[in-house]
Design a protein around this ligand. Structure first.
Ligand SMILES: [Fe+2]
Ligand SMILES: [Fe+2]
Length: 362
């Protein structure tokens, strides 16, 4: 016997009806029989038939109740149900459809009609199941490709960050450290994960525009001349220009170009004020200042995180976004945050550390 034949459950309290259906369907299908609703439910859960022929008028539990329970049970909800009704029975046929049945057959049965309807609904169920499998397969493929693309994007971002840091070893790791802190601040402020991810990407690349700044200026010890400072100030715009053709799903280019803007309008390159600056850019500024101030620069020694946090405290609400500063202070309070990436070893070998307080070039 071919056990791959579809299994059909016949649910009817009338032996004559059962015999008629069995005789009609037996040659092509495996059959299960239940004379009561409760038995039908047990059978369906245990053997998961491919289709159920369900009589409406039955004692104890009628067909409507059986259908409702089948559709409310995850194991059986997908099994197509065909109601069986007698022409003389004054039943509401649309109620069966409302409960999730796919069709109905009227008594007395016509063998050809029963076969045709059963066959049609089995074919439809098979197609649905194949479609589900194909969808699941496609979803898997999409997920795999998404992971590949994300890995590639991550690799490209790391390479771009490295290109700048190779020229400017004193700030090596700066962008990664800023990204870590910016994400922690955003997270603490309650930004949704997808926005935090956009901020992470922007933070990892925010200083790529420094590639246009001569190494002699980047690595210069001592106070920068005004003209040199003006050159430094072009780097957010260059970062923007480098990244503008990448179709990020987040406003990353806006974040990088705004990372030196300040609430009072005295930032650069555009001198934006308050709400003209994107929230993520404001967070990036806070993380950038906290990291850069606490780290070594050729023109000054590392000032330590406390000095950096003091600067943020003092300029809270005037230069830096209050909520972002508060979140940053809370993170460092009690050692809740620590940079994962240590500062570059190279800084130890720089001979003369000057402590001229001048504008930051982070
Ligand atoms: Fe920076
Ligand atoms: Fe910068």
């Amino acid at each position: 016997m071919n056990e791959t034949r579809p299994l059909i459950l016949i649910v009817d309290d009338n032996a004559t009806n059962i015999d008629l259906l069995v005789n009609t369907l037996r040659p092509e299908y495996r059959l299960g029989i239940a004379k009561k609703g409760a038995t039908a439910l047990e059978y369906a859960e245990k053997y998961h038939p491919d289709l159920i022929l369900l009589d409406i008028m039955m004692p104890e539990m009628d067909g409507y109740e059986v259908c409702t329970r089948l559709k409310n049970t995850p194991l059986t909800e997908g099994i197509p149900v065909i109601f069986i009704t007698a022409m003389s029975e004054t039943v509401n046929k649309t109620k069966g459809f409302d409960l999730g049945a796919v069709d109905y057959i009227t008594k007395p049965f016509h063998a050809a009609e029963v076969k045709a309807r059963v066959q049609a609904h089995l074919a439809m169920a098979l197609m649905k199941s194949e479609l589900r499998s194909q969808n699941a397969l496609l979803e898997q493929m999409v997920q795999k490709k998404t992971v590949e693309i994300q890995d590639m994007l991550q690799g490209i971002i790391s390479s771009m960050a490295l290109m700048v840091e190779i020229r400017d070893p004193y700030t090596a790791g700066h962008q990664q450290r800023v990204a870590q802190l910016a994400c922690a601040i955003a997270d603490r402020m309650g930004l949704p994960p997808e926005r935090v991810e956009g901020l992470r990407i922007a933070a990892l690349l925010h200083d790529v525009g420094k590639i246009r700044i001569p190494v002699s200026i980047l690595n210069r010890t001592g106070k920068l001349l005004d003209a040199e400072m003006e050159i430094i100030k072009i780097h957010p715009q260059i970062s923007f220009d480098i990244l503008q053709n990448i179709p990020f799903p987040w406003p990353c280019t806006r974040m990088v170009v705004e990372h030196h803007e300040r609430l009072d309008g005295r930032g650069y390159p555009h001198g934006l004020h308050g709400d003209e600056i994107l929230l993520e850019s404001k967070i990036l500024s806070v993380a950038d200042v906290a990291e850069a101030k606490s780290s070594f620069r050729p023109y000054r020694p590392a000032q330590g995180i406390e000095a950096a946090l003091n600067e943020l405290r003092q300029q809270r609400g005037t230069l830096y976004d209050s909520a972002a500063v508060d979140a940053c202070l809370e993170l460092f309070a009690g050692g809740r945050f620590r940079f994962e990436l240590p500062q570059q070893e190279a800084v130890r070998h720089v001979p003369s550390l000057l402590s001229h307080p001048h504008e930051q070039i982070e």
